[in-house]
Design a protein around this ligand. Structure first.
Ligand code: PLP
Length: 216
């Protein structure tokens, strides 16, 4: 299963993020031994425990909601933060990255699903963030693209439309703010239930847990 999924994703020029949340370090190691290096976690504490226990060449992606008071714990090593949804959070990431002599790659998370509960910006909020002088002063973060979660729904027409919305936001932001920034290239979308659809709609990072590790 793993190698088939990975082959299909890489053939499309995208990357597989193996979402290991709730699964033990041994499960991460099993995929690591098959060559997987990018893993996603949604909780800081769990990421820290695994980062300590596991090989140091793993790329850790924080994909869940991040509280500002926890940024300092992951700033020394995190490879990418997919879930940036406020200027305040971005400023804290910048501050902690500076303390560690790093530039941390981040994605802006957008609310594209119908469910109320999900975190994320809308396009107007993202523009306000990108236009602000506070954002423009940040030296230790690098915005590399966008992230979103589609509705948990069997309605694949709806899910496809939500992915198209995220791709549209990405294209607009790239044109207006990142035309000279080739690193602004990532669209993190697609999970176990909808990754093939996401790939068709232009995803560059697929965050897949259940299909690789089994049910949580
Ligand atoms: C858990 C999680 C995933 C993976 O979900 P699966 O359905 O298990 O593939 C992807 N993205 C985020 C933000 C998650 O929290």
């Amino acid at each position: 299963m793993y190698s088939q999924i990975r082959t299909k994703i890489e053939a499309a020029g995208a990357a597989l993020i193996a979402v290991s949340k709730t699964h033990p370090p041994q499960s991460v190691l099993a995929l690591y031994e098959q060559g997987q290096r990018a893993f996603g976690e949604n909780r800081v504490q769990e990421m820290l425990e695994k980062q300590e226990a596991l090989p140091k060449d793993i790329d850790w992606h924080l994909i869940g909601h991040l509280q500002t008071n926890k940024v300092k714990f992951i700033a020394p090593f995190v490879r990418m933060i997919h879930s940036v949804d406020s200027l305040k959070l971005l400023q804290e990431i910048d501050k902690q990255a500076a303390k560690n002599g790093r530039v941390i790659d981040c994605l802006l998370q957008f609310h594209i699903a119908q469910e109320e509960s999900k975190f994320g910006l809308d396009e107007a909020e993202a523009r306000a963030l990108l236009d602000s002088p506070e954002y423009q002063n940040l030296q230790h973060i690098r915005l590399c693209g966008v992230m979103g979660m589609a509705s948990f729904s069997d309605d694949m027409t709806l899910v496809r439309r939500e992915f198209q919305t995220l791709k549209g936001i990405f294209d607009t932001l790239r044109k207006h703010y990142f035309a000279q920034a080739p690193h602004f290239r990532e669209i993190s979308m697609g999970m176990s239930g909808d990754w093939e659809l996401a790939l068709e709609e232009g995803s560059t990072m697929l965050r897949i847990g259940t299909l690789l590790f089994g049910a949580r």
